[in-house]
Design a protein around this ligand. Structure first.
Ligand SMILES: Cc1ncc(COP(=O)(O)O)c(C=O)c1O
Length: 432
């Protein structure tokens, strides 16, 4: 008998439909706004210049002449697309050079380049784990990690965001699951910008015999003296088994990578479905990423890394002085041993906590009209009642531009609170 259930039924009357319809009707829709210039500190958006506080172009390299030349050279040498899998006709000398350079940068034996950062996570988890194994994830991990955990069919044991006691409990439970265990965390969490307590996590993994993988999408090209990420900054590189990263943030392009032991990376090359059954990235993306990586690894890169963190502190201090409540997480241990100092680590992601979804959309719109573009983040990207405006800086934001943005924030806050009541107050001890 034919089924009477229409799979399209779920697109009508779903939980977000009402909210989205109301947002559209009130012209408050914060998503799918069109940009018509490169991701610079000030962009052209829908007919007006707006200060861009929503980009992951942390080092400001997307319109750098050398990075554009890297893209252009690759385009002219290899054409617009490689039209095939890495396994077959889609591997170029550019891939090999990029993989060598990435492995060297991360201090790892080998690296593998995926077409997107997203694919790197399922492409790794789905290959290394299987039924019988356990994958332990932080509840705030990126969707690509959670999706990778799901497709692996390993037993998933999520623990509450950054709660080491819950991680330890999950590791204990995993010992009884019967297979291997892999812990996967973001080094820098993408919405709140907080850093995972990697020293403690690495110790717990070692004491329970679990492997550890860190997603450095927002850490690589940002943290550490080499810009290799949160693992470098916290001195745990030799205790982390696999590191994932992306080209779509500091490396100013699109694509992803995983670094680790040569035997594992080589296995991914022949067994990872997200690597094998998709076309290789467009050459221009690879050429841009390689050129950006060379800049990151040069003396100029050190200056850019220092600059993005300085700009982040500048904006965060300014927002805090205006009375905004900023997220940013708890201090983390910065070295081995119980007496290693704790530090609050500032990253370029500065979340302005709002709480209510609708208020977040109203505040977003007022800032947008004032010429400042932020990311409006609501449930399910954050927990319920955890709506926030995610702001982020680039190394190339100058203080004048940030001051102009802060003036808009100040005015909008006054007007918003007069109409809608107080926004959450600043928390003490937040990273600056
Ligand atoms: C933590 C994290 N991991 C993975 C990804 C996926 O990377 P990409 O957007 O380059 O595919 C992102 C990007 O949003 C991310 O924030």
């Amino acid at each position: 008998m034919p089924t009477s259930i229409d799979v399209f039924a779920k697109v009508r009357g779903h939980e977000r439909e009402q909210l989205l319809r109301a947002a559209r009707e009130a012209d408050l829709m914060p998503y799918f706004r069109t940009v018509s210039s490169p991701a610079m500190p000030v962009v052209e958006m829908e007919g007006a210049p707006r200060i861009m506080l929503a980009s992951n172009n942390y080092l400001g390299l997307t319109a750098d002449e050398r990075v554009m030349k890297g893209a252009e050279d690759a385009l002219h040498r290899y054409g617009t697309g490689l039209t095939g899998s890495r396994l077959l006709n889609g591997t170029t000398l550019l891939h090999l050079e990029l993989e060598r350079e990435l492995a060297e940068w991360m201090g790892s034996e080998d690296a593998i380049v995926f077409t997107t950062g997203y694919q790197a996570n399922p492409g790794t988890l789905g290959t290394l784990l299987g039924p019988g194994d356990t994958v332990i994830v932080d509840s705030a991990d990126h969707a690509s990690i959670l999706d990778g955990a799901l497709i692996s069919r390993a037993k998933m044991r999520p623990f509450r965001h950054n709660r080491l006691d819950r991680l330890e409990h999950a590791l204990e439970r995993a010992e009884g699951d019967g297979g291997g265990a892999l812990v996967v965390v973001d080094g820098v969490f993408s919405m709140e910008g907080d850093v995972a307590p990697l020293v403690d996590i690495a110790e717990l993994c070692a004491s329970h015999g679990a492997r550890l993988m860190v997603d450095e999408a927002h850490g690589a090209g940002v943290l550490g003296a080499r810009g290799a990420g949160a693992c470098e900054l916290l001195g745990v590189e030799d205790r982390v088994d696999l590191r994932m990263g992306t080209f779509s943030k500091s490396l100013a392009a699109c694509g992803g990578f995983v670094t680790g032991p040569a035997e594992v990376i080589d296995y991914l090359r022949i067994a990872s479905r997200a690597f094998l059954f998709t076309a290789s990235a467009v050459p221009a993306a690879l050429g841009a990423a390689l050129a950006a990586l060379k800049i990151v690894r040069s003396d100029e890169g050190s200056a850019l890394l220092a600059s993005v963190l300085e700009r982040a502190s500048y904006l965060a201090d300014g927002l805090q002085a205006l009375g905004f409540c900023l997220g940013g997480g708890e201090p983390v241990r910065t070295g081995p041993g119980q007496d290693a100092p704790l530090a609050s680590i500032r990253t370029p992601i500065i979340p302005v906590i709002v709480g209510d979804d609708w208020k977040a959309a109203l505040l977003w719109r007022a800032l947008y009209d004032g010429g400042v573009f932020t990311n409006c983040v609501i449930h399910p990207a954050v927990p319920p009642s955890g709506a926030l405006l995610r702001t982020s800086v680039m190394a190339t934001h100058d203080h004048d531009t940030l001051d102009r943005a802060l003036e808009v924030f100040a005015r909008v806050k006054r007007e918003f609170e007069a109409q809608h009541g107080p926004l959450p107050e600043p928390q003490h001890g937040a990273a600056t």
